[in-house]
Design a protein around this ligand. Structure first.
Ligand SMILES: [Zn+2]
Length: 109
C-alpha cells in the first residue's frame, strides 16, 4: 500500500521549511504552527515538503470568492491532485465474501 497516495513525484524534490515558505510566499511560522494539519514528511525533527505537498497546501489555503466560481462554473475549489480517489473508489467496491466457515474457532476443541 502506498503510504503517500497524494505524491506523484517521479523524483521527489524536498523543500525545507524555509524553502517551502519561500515557494508558497508565506512565513515559515505559518507552516510550523499548522504542521500537524499539513501534508509533509518528518524524519526525526526534520520536516520537508515535496512539490505535491506544496500544491495541496496551496489549494487548501486558496480563497476563491463565489462570484469567481460562478464565472468559472466550478462547484468549489479544484480537487487536490491526488491519486487517492481511484483507490478509495476501488476499496469501496470491495464486498466481504459470504458463506465462509469459521473453521479456526471449531478447531479449539
Ligand atoms: Zn510528491
Amino acid at each position: 500500500m502506498n503510504a503517500r497516495p497524494h505524491c506523484r513525484c517521479d523524483t521527489v524534490r524536498n523543500y525545507s521549511y524555509d524553502e517551502a515558505a519561500e515557494k508558497l510566499r508565506c512565513k515559515r511560522r505559518f507552516l510550523e504552527d499548522r504542521i500537524s494539519d499539513l501534508p509533509h514528511q518528518k524524519r526525526g525533527e526534520s520536516v520537508s515538503f515535496c512539490e505535491c505537498e506544496l500544491a495541496l497546501i496551496q489549494i487548501k489555503t486558496s480563497r476563491v470568492p463565489a462570484w469567481v466560481l460562478e464565472l468559472t462554473d466550478q462547484p468549489g475549489p479544484a480537487p487536490a491532485p491526488t491519486g487517492a480517489t481511484p483507490a478509495v473508489t476501488a476499496l469501496a467496491s470491495i464486498r466481504p465474501s459470504r458463506g465462509r466457515k469459521r473453521s479456526a474457532v471449531a478447531a479449539t476443541g
